[in-house]
Design a protein around this ligand. Sequence first.
Ligand code: RIB
Ligand code: CA
Length: 317
Amino acid sequence: MIPIIIDCDPGIDDTAALILATAAAPELKLLGVTTVFGNVPVERTTLNALKVMELCGSGHVPVAKGCARPVLRPARNAQFIHGATGLGRVDLPEPKAHPVAQHGVDFLIETIRGAPAPITLVAVGPLTNVALAIVKEPEVMRQLERIVIMGGTLRGLGNMPNTSSFNVYADPHATEIVLRSGLPLVICTIDATHMVRSTPRQLKLLREVGNRHAGVLADLFEEHAFEGTPEQLAADTPVGGCMHDPCCIAYLLAPDIFGGRMVNVQVDTSSELSMGRTVIDWWGHSDNPPNAFVINRADPEAFFDLLRGKVALLGNF
Ligand code: RIB
Ligand code: CA
């Protein structure tokens, strides 16, 4: 049993991460969800987190609203991908639950402080909440088992105009705080998550699982940023929306479907041109000590087999 907290900005792929994490119980024990600005403003990411947790029958899991903006930069969002609501055209029922009163940063600190066993923190949005928790209570954050982060690029083929990745670009200074923290980090880069795209065939197989959660996931990804031409889609070329965030959950469940190595990772916060670009010393040419296990590849077939197998376990309540 792996106790986890998910810090997220739901968000279409964040939703897939939350669904996979709840479906993976009791192997994963989701202690709480903290929300942050990112794909959409934090009011929306918080509402979406509450909606998704209730969809999964986990409305009892505490959701704590976190930071509304980066530590230094102006806030930006990705509504051009995730839609105004953050859930594309999918409409989930209004939640019964409300966020807890505690701020997301304080929820992280107090949940980690009081945990009977070391927690794995899965951070799949901008790292603002995580960074502020590290600054506020470094000793408490040292109780973490590890932080699994979605973000960064090894080969510089990110999804931002300057080829950085959204989560890092959205708050590069928070990312720098986390990278310098000395905490055990696993970084699932876009190089890996770009290999895990929702193709028409995979979405068809997902929909055939037959429960409401699989249907919502297929709906979310069906209309999500298909970058392919009709010919590519017809040929089932992997051009669909990327399963960025659920890859971090899948890594906890089946690390062998991913590949990577311990290397040194830094982030550029000095130049506007390459703001938020990660500099990953893959070949060890620098004298900088390794500070993260960087994942640069994934097995999409194995990922989708895992996703379908777990989501099928969620009842049709
Ligand atoms: O670059 C992909 C990341 O940015 C994902 O976490 C997605 O949800 C967005 O937040
Ligand atoms: Ca996200």
